[in-house]
Design a protein around this ligand. Sequence first.
Ligand SMILES: Cc1cc2nc3c(=O)[nH]c(=O)nc-3n(C[C@H](O)[C@H](O)[C@H](O)COP(=O)(O)OP(=O)(O)OC[C@H]3O[C@@H](n4cnc5c(N)ncnc54)[C@H](O)[C@@H]3O)c2cc1C
Length: 399
Amino acid sequence: MDFQISEKMKVILGMINEFVDKELIPLEAHFTKMEFRDGLELFEEKRKMVKQMELWAPNHPKEYGGMGLDLVEHGLVSEALGRTPLGHYIFGCQAPDAGNIEILHKYGTPEQKEKYLGPLVAGDIRSCFSMTEVNMPGSNPVMLETTAVKDGDDYVINGHKWYTSSADGSKFAIVMAVTNPDAPRYLNASMIIVPTDNPGFNLVRNIPVMGHEGSDYASHGEIIYQSCRVPRKNLLGEEGHGFVIAQDRLGPGRIHHCMRWLGICNRAFELMCKRANERVITPDGKTLATQQTIRTWVADSAAEIQAARLMTLYAAWRIETVGASEARNDISMIKFVVANTMQTIIDRALQVHGGLGMSDDTILSYFYRHERGARIYDGADEVHRLMLGKRILNQFQKS
Ligand SMILES: Cc1cc2nc3c(=O)[nH]c(=O)nc-3n(C[C@H](O)[C@H](O)[C@H](O)COP(=O)(O)OP(=O)(O)OC[C@H]3O[C@@H](n4cnc5c(N)ncnc54)[C@H](O)[C@@H]3O)c2cc1C
């Protein structure tokens, strides 16, 4: 197996690493203490710099102004950007827009592409993805209460969603709603584009998450869709195919997430090693790095990161060569393995920093709070394990 990366990717990753170190990491001390909304002007300046360097929207189609990198290439980019919480946003490849761009590109009508896809890839607008409901188990997403009822040329949407990430300040939401209640569960829901200035779109609040309400891109919205009337031409893809499209959205999205989490692992690991070498713990000048426990943590962390990274790149390669459906076991595995690896590494790095780790003087406490959700969103650990175990056991039943 060839682990070489192309010369083109070496150049791209070199430029990204330099930009992250010089332009973004220095912003973190400020960023972690302010409202995202208050940083928009500053972030826009950095985005312009990225566009000038022709590194904007690395994973998005060239025809819309992106770089058109493939999944493995973008995985490597996502890892480099993941070292800072600002990376993906500043380079125009942040979730949930990245997933929405993919499905608009694949399923959007020419009109939808012109109105939503172009401005989204350009970074002129943002979007959100509204599927999880307050009263229904997100772990079993076919249980949806939100309905979209046909009325003349319109759909009328009613429902109560939450954890619609980045809804605050978005121009539109892609909403999952039941359109065909009599069809089998997997074919009863559709994705519908809802502009957020629609009077039936009510952002009730930004949900306080781990002590912080957040704002703008860095927020998670609770939304009531109340007699929300949108034209039927806002349907994305075929009616009743919402879950089919959702599957498409999740495959490559998991690679992006996992590689971003590996970027976080790399950053936490760097901080852990640096601190261990610097922190003097005895009068004769011994550092933390001389201690067996710390050395073991460093060794374990290095091995765990490498294992998780190889698994993720392999899954990306499988998606590209055999397709997301065939690669579903690989995709399930990385989701829970990498999310847990990340949490272990952040936790160890925080522990090595002692009281400093608990403070907001390093990025570790931010990662600790904000990345806990990784074991819940896009399918909780337990659900992935359940499905993976079931599929593996089924294979043995057949043979
Ligand atoms: C930070 C964050 C961002 C999010 N962003 C979005 C977004 O942008 N758009 C969106 O639509 N949703 C989003 N979500 C919602 C997310 O997808 C759901 O929280 C997730 O699917 C779990 O659903 P739930 O919260 O309803 O938990 P439940 O379905 O109530 O499950 C609760 C827990 O029960 C356990 N469990 C459930 N089923 C099983 C089972 N079969 N076997 C064993 N254990 C089980 C798991 O431990 C699970 O964590 C986000 C969530 C978070 C935390």
